[in-house]
Design a protein around this ligand. Sequence first.
Ligand code: AMP
Ligand code: ZN
Length: 113
Amino acid sequence: MCIFCDIVEGKIPSSKVYENDYVLCFNDINPVAPVHVLVVPKKHFANINELASDPEGALYSAEITKAIAEVAKIKGVSDAYRTINNCGEGAGQTVMHVHFHVIGGTNLTEKLI
Ligand code: AMP
Ligand code: ZN
């Protein structure tokens, strides 16, 4: 069972921001900023390592990149936003279906790197 597969399949509702054949983008249920959207591939990959090694990885990675930019545009934060991917439990990944957090609409000057 995978909660993001259930959301992609419409079994669990989500607050959709953008969708195409490859990705579903929806508002995070527990936002850390005024803009906090999750970009999720419609095919299940556990994490970025699996995405990278899959035969369809390049296709989905390109679609994810385009969707991140599209989400930022839709939310009006194209000039300043941050994209985060947590890979593995030790990095804070809690949902084992690869996803990218798009965060913005607030002061993003605090930097980890
Ligand atoms: P991560 O810790 O990087 O795996 O991120 C998982 C994210 O999924 C967290 O920010 C959660 O708030 C979010 N999340 C979990 N369940 C849902 C849901 N049903 N709808 C929207 N976001 C969710
Ligand atoms: Zn999944």
